[in-house]
Design a protein around this ligand. Structure first.
Ligand code: PMV
Length: 331
């Protein structure tokens, strides 16, 4: 069984595409891929190329809309990891991949990265690929979903605890565990209207045209991420992290990456005692989070926010306690 975890980006989204650092964590939600031999007379079945051979493949557990992209992802994993037919010999009559996930799709929680990590972990024989190789394979496959992923989502998916990521394209970012002072978070998600690829392209347009507002906002987001990295290792970082969230959110809004729903959820969180909040990931809807001083304050905030938001978003709401290298999901 291969597992990839979801992720929550705290600071540095979009700015990371231009070399600025990012801060984020892997969530408890995860995607699981299990390979097994197909049962006789299973159908319908597709095929994937493995070298010069074609391997029958059944994918279970995903919505029909995702099946084609999954066939491509499996084939790309096999190609990138140079998996030979011999390595898959046990499945020569047909490979069945069962996918189970608790990560909401297309919401900025890293569901595609988690899938790519889980696929790489399940298909590449254990022992053959270490952390970095698995990361490289997963990130290459993530191109199918995102075009030019920075490597942050797949890196977080493979990690534990709070992580700083320093991009160095075309190489993968450098990863550094962060031992943080104590703070707590409530995070949730709203329906997404934009997708990562077009939101990243929208910012790139402004950067390539040297639009002064875009350049200034991206630089400011990078500077905020750097400040957040130094603030979170202090003893009581919550208040400062909260204001950094509000500052970052203003810049993300100026880049047209926020939505009315995101603004409303952040405002609801503030009214519940949060010290600040922002969107997380590419924006256009999707993930958001808010910072609280203590796990108790966050739990109270969670109860308040849960009452105020649409019923369809309640199952996405979580509470995290962060302390040192420990990130605990407490709700
Ligand atoms: O896919 P999302 O919504 O988590 O966004 C990824 C973060 C970006 O900085 C927007 C893109 C990237 O590849 O770093």
């Amino acid at each position: 069984m291969g597992i990839g975890r979801g992720k929550l980006l705290l600071f540095g989204e979009h700015a990371a595409v231009y070399g600025h650092p990012a801060l984020g964590l892997a969530t408890a939600d995860h995607t699981r891929v299990t390979a097994s031999a197909v049962e006789p007379e299973s159908s319908p079945m597709g095929v994937v190329r493995v070298g010069n051979t074609k391997l029958p493949l059944i994918i279970r557990g995903v919505e029909d809309a995702y099946i084609n992209v999954l066939y491509t992802a499996v084939e790309r994993t096999i190609e990138t990891a140079r998996i030979s037919f011999r390595e898959l010999e046990a499945f020569s009559a047909g490979l069945q991949l069962t996918i189970e996930s608790t990560i909401p799709t297309a919401s900025g929680f890293g569901s595609s990265a988690a899938l790519c990590v889980a696929l790489a972990r399940e298909l590449v024989a254990s022992g053959r690929s270490g952390f970095t190789e698995t990361w490289q394979i997963a990130n290459e496959v993530e191109r199918i979903f995102h075009g030019t992923p920075s490597g942050i989502d797949t890196g977080l998916s493979l990690s534990n605890g709070l992580q700083a990521l320093y991009p160095g394209p075309p190489a993968l970012p450098t990863r550094q565990p962060v031992s943080s002072g104590s703070f707590a978070l409530v995070y949730g998600g709203v329906p997404r209207v934009g997708d990562t690829r077009s939101l990243v392209a929208h910012v790139r347009q402004g950067m390539e045209a040297s639009r002064s507002e875009t350049v200034a906002a991206v630089d400011a987001l990078g500077a905020i991420a750097r400040t957040a990295l130094s603030v979170c290792v202090t003893d009581a970082p919550a208040a400062q992290l909260g204001s950094l969230c509000s500052e970052a959110q203003a810049h993300l809004r100026s880049l047209a990456l926020s939505t009315d729903e995101l603004e409303q959820r952040i405002e609801t969180a503030r009214r519940s005692g949060a010290l600040g909040g922002k969107l997380s990931g590419a924006g256009g809807g999707g993930a958001w989070f808010a910072v609280y001083e203590t796990p108790e304050a966050a739990r109270e905030g969670f109860l308040h926010v849960r009452r105020e938001i649409p019923a369809s978003e309640r199952s996405l709401l979580r509470v995290l306690a962060v302390s040192g290298s420990d990130v605990r999901t407490i709700e």
